[in-house]
Design a protein around this ligand. Structure first.
Ligand code: APR
Length: 316
């Protein structure tokens, strides 16, 4: 059986790190693209040359895509990951990237539609949920094949902070962060557990509040430290986990941004909810019972996504 083909669009910090993690899996050949002359080919060659040392045979092809037909390299791709776009600078919110990144995503997605019309498309460019909306309009893909990455990352941050607070392994901590990937995201302490025990039984409310707040600001905390660019190790690791679930047909329940059709009281917006990821992409929305307060937080977060989506026609 031949290896799967995965394309990573954007060979910057998130894209190149994702390509590395995927090449190391060994289950797919990778196409890495960017608009910068030579750069994706250089990074691809470097990644291939790590293969003998690390022990993988994945082929990595780097392609500079300055013309639409350069996307021919994507033909036959099973999964396409989009990371192209600008990251934020200190003081910026993800929403400040809206106009610039919407134009980039539209162009990239039109090419993906042309050359890889049957792929499962995963996005990470911010502001994430609104960019999924742009991708949907540009590709017309069904919601099963268009999925945004945010919840795995936000939940990973939440899990890290919980594990450090309780001095337990991160592997013993499960957590769900739902809602849009913005300041209004919704970490759910009741569904966040250590060895199956909700953290609401393990930590006092003020500590939980502090951890929730740090999770919401997790991206900004790193932007402020880096000063140029935003987080990429954990975002790339999160992307790779989603790709594992799809390529290995794991049917794993992961929080992802998908087009909702009334689930969680949200209609026609991409918002983060737990979904089943497998060979068919998003194989189902997993509905969990929320309290009135949790539902109100989801409503507020979905409202923030809607505000951005409503602005899109004016900035594109
Ligand atoms: N096609 C392909 N690549 C593009 C395009 C395009 N139309 N426009 C820009 N790029 C490339 C840039 O040349 C750059 O190499 O996207 C890459 C982005 O890389 P970085 O600037 O390093 O940004 P990164 O940290 O990878 O973040 C990318 O992911 O997490 C989000 O908020 C983040 O929106 C940002 C995106």
């Amino acid at each position: 059986m031949s290896r799967k083909k995965i394309a990573v669009i954007g060979a910057g910090m998130v894209g190149a790190t994702t390509a590395q993690r995927l090449a190391e899996r060994g289950y797919a050949d990778i196409v890495l693209t960017d608009i910068v002359d030579g750069m994706p080919a250089g990074k691809a060659l470097d990644l291939e040359e790590a293969g003998p040392v690390v022990g993988y045979d994945s082929h990595v092809l780097g392609v500079t895509t300055t013309e639409p037909d350069h996307y021919k390299a994507l033909e036959g791709a099973d999964v396409v990951l989009v990371t192209s776009g600008v990251p934020r600078k200190p003081g910026m919110s993800r929403d400040d990237l809206l106009g610039t990144n919407a134009k980039i995503i539209k162009g990239v997605c039109e090419s993906i539609k042309k050359y890889a019309p049957n792929c499962i498309l995963l996005l990470m460019t911010n502001p994430l949920d609104a960019m999924c909306h742009v991708a949907m309009q540009a590709t017309g893909f069904p919601r099963e094949r268009l999925i945004g990455q945010a919840g795995v990352l936000d939940s990973a941050r939440f899990r890290t902070f919980i594990a450090r607070e309780l001095n337990v392994s991160v592997e013993s901590v499960h957590a769900f962060v739902l809602g849009g990937h913005g300041d209004e995201m919704v970490p759910l302490p009741r569904y966040s557990t250590v060895a199956g025990v909700p953290i609401t039984e393990l930590l006092p409310p003020d500590r939980i509040d502090a951890i929730v707040q740090r999770t919401r600001q997790g991206g900004a905390e790193i932007v402020n430290l880096l000063k140029t660019g935003s987080a990429f190790y954990a975002p790339a690791a999160s992307f790779a986990q989603m790709v594992d679930a799809i390529v290995l047909d794991k049917k794993q329940i992961l929080p992802c941004s998908v087009l909702l059709r009334g689930e969680y009281g949200v209609k026609d917006l991409f918002v983060g909810v737990p979904v089943k990821l497998g060979a068919g992409g998003m194989e189902g929305v997993f509905e969990i019972k929320l309290t009135a307060d949790e539902q109100a937080q989801i409503d507020k977060s979905a409202g923030a996504v809607k505000e951005l989506v409503d602005v899109l026609p004016r900035v594109m």
